[in-house]
Design a protein around this ligand. Structure first.
Ligand SMILES: [Zn+2]
Ligand SMILES: [Zn+2]
Length: 271
């Protein structure tokens, strides 16, 4: 079956490795037909003082040029210029000039911070152990995720790793079903896509994002779904993509939605 990856980082991020060309080489070897580069859009100095989390602002132009050069060199692969853009809610401290985001053909919307706190940073893992903390984080996480997913004024095309809060395998004491339904309604209301993010299997939670029950809610609500490996190393550029399709199928999906460089969407039938 045709394989795609719509979520991929590079060494332009302090916490990923590999050059654009290396990812492309591995993608071609794995037979991918679409590869979206989605490095982390720069955060402010206050949020990311050492530019470990996001691409340093002075390197954004080079990143885009690199991806465009790869596209020219490899017309057999649809290469998309994208970014992963954090939703910070009321804590947003960046000023976006006209054109800043328009340079990207695909924008992933992500929640990695709750009230400025990077809840999925391994260095912050201890805080999850505090009594009552998991309940608080999960509630706040979905509140922010639903705001981001439903606000049509925001630039996101795809909402990434929808239940990232499970990364360290801490779950709340309450039933998540009502939050899953809210999340599905929120993203359905804006028409955005969600992704199956295959990287989850390799964290403590040991399953892809989103959980099967959440993916079923998305499917029921008619939310289009794409698949990304969230690659941070070239060898992982096609990791578990077919397993991601399988997870979608089991949740009720029969097609994978694929964003294109022109801003359209196409589909691949899951068989
Ligand atoms: Zn992310
Ligand atoms: Zn990512």
């Amino acid at each position: 079956m045709e394989l795609i990856n719509t979520h991929c980082h590079t060494g332009y991020n302090g916490h990923a490795e590999g050059a654009v060309e290396e990812y492309v080489a591995h993608a071609l070897e794995a037979g991918l037909t679409t590869l979206a580069f989605t490095d982390h859009y720069p955060l402010s100095h206050a949020m990311d003082p050492t530019a470990y989390v996001s691409v340093p602002i002075e390197k954004v132009d080079t990143y885009i040029e690199d991806v465009l050069a790869a596209r020219l060199a490899h017309p057999e692969l649809e290469i998309i210029v994208g970014c992963e853009l954090d939703y910070l809610g009321a804590d947003e401290d960046r000023v976006f000039a006209p054109g800043d985001l328009e340079r990207f053909e695909l924008i992933l919307g992500s929640v990695h911070y709750v009230d400025k706190w990077p809840f999925d940073d391994p260095a912050q893992r201890g805080k999850w152990e505090e009594p009552g903390m998991a309940d608080c984080i999960w509630r706040r996480y979905f509140e922010l995720w639903c705001e981001a997913a439903s606000d049509k004024a925001l630039p996101y095309h795809v909402m990434s790793h929808p239940d990232l809060a499970k990364k360290f395998n801490h779950y709340p004491s309450f039933d998540l079903a009502p939050l899953y339904r809210e999340a599905a309604e929120a993203v359905a209301s804006s028409g955005r896509m969600i992704e199956v993010n295959t990287s989850g299997t390799y964290y403590a939670c040991a399953e892809m994002f989103p959980a099967p029950a959440l993916l079923r809610e998305f499917c029921r609500a008619g939310v289009p779904c794409t698949v990304g490996a969230d690659s941070h190393a070239p060898v992982n550029v096609a990791r578990d993509i077919e397993r991601g399709y399988r997870l979608m199928y089991e949740a009720g999906y029969r097609v994978v939605t694929v964003p294109t460089a022109s801003g359209d969407r196409r589909t691949i039938t899951i068989c």
